[in-house]
Design a protein around this ligand. Sequence first.
Ligand code: RB5
Length: 147
Amino acid sequence: MIALGCDHGGFALMAEIKKHLQEKNISIRDFGVDRPVAVDYPDVAVPVARAVAKGECEKGILVCGTGIGMCIAANKVTGVRAAVCSDGFSAKYTRLHNDANILCLGGRVVGPGLALALVDLFLQTEFEGGRHTARLDKIRELEQSDR
Ligand code: RB5
């Protein structure tokens, strides 16, 4: 199950992503927004991030104008590793090396063709583990000590 969320800046792109995932029979949990009305991106990013952090959803995709606001907000939730990507190399390597669990996209940055390719790369690529595990453990320790 993939958690989805967008604000008004990401609404049009999210409609394309939703259609793409549904065509691939990938199950989604839609956290809105369901209309292109102005919303504050943390109001959407946090419920999506919590669903991923709790394990209710395996991964998440957040879209705002730049992807950046969603990413900043989502990364405040313990256990979330959100990454803004606008190129294939980053979308692949943030899975391989960072075990990123939320992909953030900018609806005003990337077109739908590229965005769907980034979604596919992100969802299909597995974490490499190995030397990267110890690095993620350091981030987990930081999350615990900073509480
Ligand atoms: C909304 O205008 C815009 O600020 C938002 O979508 C996002 O880009 C924030 O990072």
